[in-house]
Structure formats: C-alpha cells, structure tokens
Design a protein around this ligand. Structure first.
Ligand code: AMP
Ligand code: MG
Length: 338
C-alpha cells in the first residue's frame, strides 16, 4: 500500500462504459477498471485476474508454507535444487538482474533480515532485533547473484539466501494482469494494487486521471495522466511499520546496514513495466542522495519523484512535466538522470 495513495478520478464518467471490480490479494485491495469493453470481456477479465492474483499470492508468499517460494527457500537452506517452471525462472532471473542494476539495494535475498525485523507475519512490534543478530546475517552476505539456473532447477551456493519478493511481486502480478487484458482484446484499463498501478489506453474521450495524495494521507498533492501504457509505483517508509519507544521502524531494509532505510519518505516512479517500476521504487527508497540518479539510470528510470524526511521534493524534469500540482507547488530540487 502506498502512502502517496493513487486514486482514479473518474469525474463525469459514463457508468455504462466503465466497469470496476475490487478484491483482496497480497494483503491489499486490487482494483480493476476497464473502459469500453463488452460485458463478457469484463467478466472474463475479472475471473482470470482474480484467479491469477490468488495463484501468485500462494506461489510467491514470503512466509506461508506450502507455496513454491517456501519450497525454494527450504531447499536453498538445505543446499538442494528445486525444479522450476520457465515462468518462475524468468521472474527470479529478472529479480536477480534488477538487484544487480540497483547495486543490490533492491535485494530480495535478504528474507532472513526482513523476518528478523518481524515483517514476516501479520503483526509487527518492537523491540528492534539485537545488533549481533543483524551483524550475523549481514556477514552471511545473501544476494541473488548466488542463484544458479540449470536444467530447469534453481539452486544457491549460499544457504543463507532467503528469497522475499515483497518488493517486486505486485508489479509482476500487475504486468501479468495487463497482458491478460490485452489478450482478451481490452485496450483501456487500469490494474491498481493499493495505489500502485499500470494503465493502458484511455478513459473514453480523455486520458485516465490519477490523483497523487500527500504523504500525510490528506488531499491529493498532484494529478497525473498516464499515457498509453505506463506503470506508476510508490514505495514509502510509512507503509508497514511498528512503533517502539516513540521511534518508527519500517519494512524496507537497507541491505548495507540491516536497519530500515533512512532519509527518504517516499519514492514514486513511472516506467512502462510495473515489475521494473516496483523494484526501482524499493531500491530508490534506500539509495543515498549521491547514488539516486546512477541507480535510477541503471534501472532504466527517467521519471522519478523523491520526498525526503524534511518533506522536500526531488524530481526529474520528465516527472515534473507530468504532474499538475493541486495546491501551492512545493519547492523542488531537480534530479538529473543521465
Ligand atoms: P515495496 O513496498 O515494493 O517497496 O516492497 C517492500 C517489501 O520488500 C518489504 O515488505 C519486504 O518484503 C521487501 N524488502 C524489504 N527490504 C528490501 C530490500 N532491500 N530489497 C528487496 N526487497 C525488500
Ligand atoms: Mg517495490
């Protein structure tokens, strides 16, 4: 769920042409909006996407037993290979590539650290883990670069790798959903997972219109019109977190320190592919100010908005061109990505 909560502003919609469906998956509300398709296409789309999200949720769940990821993690820990479909292998290979492009700030191999902080469970509370335990996990240096894909199997040379795809799974599921819509012949739609979305086509005669809310959850700060086919993803330090002795500890862990990332409140990126946007938003929430533009570039991100802890906005020109501020425009520091 994103604090920069994105809402679809439907305005003067013609209800007969706009179809909407909502359901729960990945612990968040998934909303499907389709414009201008037949009743049959709409219902088939809902059925397929609901089924696929439920399957993705079970297959890639980070801590519930019984899914493929649970099996892979158990086998990695035991030094054994796991047979893998081509599709599953592609997601893991893409995760490994994105991790390398982010200088391993996006590091889905740190599942043990995420679990140590208590984020593998429904309830989260302090105190923070002991520094010695964090240090031990850091020393084991888990990365996806240790994965080997051979003869339809996956294996890791490092048994301390525990894969957690929480930073990319929603994006991957959104991309799959959009592919399914396209295959059904649907040209105008939004698939929105708790504020993170991919939009294709338009809303009738005009573009889709997305409101971007302020980090405090108040009125939208800006609106944005997705063009043709675009994904807009946000990562924030306010999403899953716990309070302990007056301090806030959130769920995005800096793999260099083993502690929740500091300095940035939220990151919003626009990219064609939701999978890439999702991984990049997570990586850039962790990146230091000096690294941001290099990592954005390596991950193929040009449209980038960062709100830091002081509430200051840092934005690339291409992002600024897309936003219409609804109140007083904030003070903006330009990010140059090249
Ligand atoms: P997101 O909301 O997309 O930024 O993803 C956050 C989720 O990704 C967390 O709840 C964890 O499951 C996982 N995660 C935490 N830290 C990292 C990291 N450094 N790299 C990759 N995934 C992470
Ligand atoms: Mg992410």
């Amino acid at each position: 769920m994103s604090l920069l909560f994105l809402t679809i502003v439907t305005g003067c919609s013609q209800p007969s042409s706009l179809y909407q469906d909502q359901f729960l998956a990945f612990g968040t509300v998934v909303s499907l909006s389709i414009w201008g398709a037949s009743k049959q296409q709409n219902h088939e789309a809902s059925r397929l996407i609901r089924e696929d999200f439920a399957a993705m949720h079970d297959t890639w769940h980070a801590w519930k037993k019984g899914g493929l990821l649970g099996e892979i993690n158990q086998n990695i820990s035991d030094g054994k290979p796991t047979p893998l479909s081509q599709e599953a292998s592609e997601l893991l290979q893409q995760s490994a590539t994105l991790s390398e492009q982010s200088n391993h700030l996006f590091n889905p191999a740190i599942g043990k650290l995420v679990a140590l902080w208590g984020f593998h469970g429904e309830e989260r509370k302090g105190p923070p883990p002991a520094q010695e335990k964090i240090d031990l996990l850091l020393q084991s240096n888990p990365t996806l670069s240790t994965l080997q894909f051979t003869e339809g199997n996956i294996q890791s040379s490092n048994p301390s790798v525990k894969i957690d795809l929480g930073g990319i799974a929603k994006g991957y599921a959104v991309d799959r959903a959009i592919e399914q819509l396209k295959q059904l012949g649907i040209q105008h739609a939004i698939v929105n997972t708790g504020g993170d979305l991919r939009a294709i086509g338009a809303h009738g005669e005009r573009n889709w219109n997305i409101g971007i809310r302020a980090p405090d959850g108040g009125e939208p700060i800006a609106s944005l019109q997705p063009k043709n086919d675009e994904s807009i993803f946000t990562s924030g330090d306010y999403e899953r977190m716990f309070l302990y002795e007056g301090k806030r500890y959130h769920h995005i862990i800096d793999p260099r320190t083993g502690w929740p990332a500091t300095g940035t409140r939220s990151v919003t990126v626009i990219h064609k592919r939701a999978t890439i946007a999702d991984a990049a938003a997570t990586a850039l929430l962790i990146a230091d100010p000096e690294q941001r533009t290099t990592i954005a570039k390596q991950m193929g991100i040009e449209q980038l908005l960062i709100i830091d802890q002081a509430g200051d906005y840092h934005m690339s020109e291409s992002m600024q061109q897309r936003l219409t501020f609804l109140g007083d425009p904030p003070h903006i520091t330009r990010l140059v990505i090249r």
